[in-house]
Design a protein around this ligand. Structure first.
Ligand SMILES: [Zn+2]
Length: 306
């Protein structure tokens, strides 16, 4: 028992000394924690509690007024990370809609997605959705993340709690470029996103919904869920108008582009873009769908590859 304690202390000191700034070290840190948890069942809870208690104490020690705010936001972040560990409740169907994994789960849901972000309106759109308490996926393009200011926008959207999806680096039609470029379009953006928000995307949507077999393989290798959409109208000129767009999205019908029947069904996967008229239409779209009994699907509940 003593030996273990000494080894543990040695490990703890070692971990503290090397810090945890790079990924390898973080891994070691996690491994150490897992090992701690595996040790004797009695001491388990104590060790875990001790660890939890120790963190705030260290924080309090060097608290001054300026730091207090940071400490608090750190804690909130930790909490939300814990809450995010939820069991999947919905899966993607072959027609790009979502179905519940069992019959007790509400099937009358619609997923909101915003493509080509963060361009002009993405942050405002995220703020609007946040006010409406409506979750969504923002599918981002690498060419909108070149500058620090642009990267800051992505961070803001992510920190407001929205899921971030990969919409390729340069928004090229993937069937028209080499396999090497297809991979580069996807993987380089995943790396960039991880660099900015500390997390790789779990969702992928190809520009214009054009996927090749090779793209599907790369997306699977990267552990992402590939999705297109069930309907969206904001890129058709008759619907580049907030009022007309809101009506079309809520009814599912867009007669001016020959959709004279409703595409709105339970599990709808709604395509929208970072555009001014879509931004203006967002509250009416969300409220209109809710009036029809639809719940906005939380991306955190979607089953993604392990
Ligand atoms: Zn796009």
């Amino acid at each position: 028992m003593r030996k273990r304690k000494i080894i543990f202390m040695f490990l703890a000191i070692f971990v503290i000394l090397i810090g945890c700034n790079d990924q390898d070290n973080q891994k070691e840190n996690n491994e150490t924690q897992t090992n701690q948890e595996n040790q004797g069942s009695d001491s388990d809870s104590k060790t875990t509690n001790k660890n939890q208690e120790n963190e705030p104490v260290t924080e309090e020690e060097d608290v001054d007024d300026a730091n207090e705010e940071n400490d608090e936001s750190d804690k909130t972040e930790n909490n939300s990370e814990q809450e995010e560990i939820t069991e999947p409740q919905y899966e993607l169907t072959d027609s790009w809609s979502f179905q519940p994994l069992n019959e007790d789960i509400n099937d009358k849901v619609a997923l909101l997605t915003i493509d080509d972000a963060p361009d002009q309106h993405a942050v405002e759109m995220a703020e609007t959705l946040k006010e409406l308490d409506a979750p969504a996926i923002f599918f981002v393009n690498g060419h909108f993340l070149d500058t620090e200011a642009e990267q800051e926008k992505l961070k803001q959207i992510y920190e407001m709690g929205f899921a971030i999806g990969n919409h390729t680096y340069n928004h090229q039609r993937l069937s028209e470029v080499s396999e090497e470029q297809q991979r580069e379009e996807i993987v380089s953006l995943n790396d960039l996103i991880e660099e900015i928000i500390g997390e790789k995307p779990k969702f992928f949507r190809a520009p214009n919904g054009v996927n090749t077999d090779y793209v599907k393989q790369v997306v699977a290798d990267e552990g992402m869920l590939l999705m297109n959409w069930t309907y969206g109208y904001d890129y058709f000129s008759p619907y580049m108008d907030a009022e007309k767009l809101a009506t079309a999205m809520v009814t599912g019908e867009a007669p001016e582009v020959d959709v004279s029947y409703s595409l709105l069904d339970p599990g709808a996967n709604l395509l929208m873009h970072d555009r001014e008229w879509t931004y203006q239409a967002l509250p009416d779209i969300v409220n209109g769908l809710r009036d029809k009994g639809y719940e906005m699907l939380d991306p955190a509940l979607i089953k993604v590859p392990e």
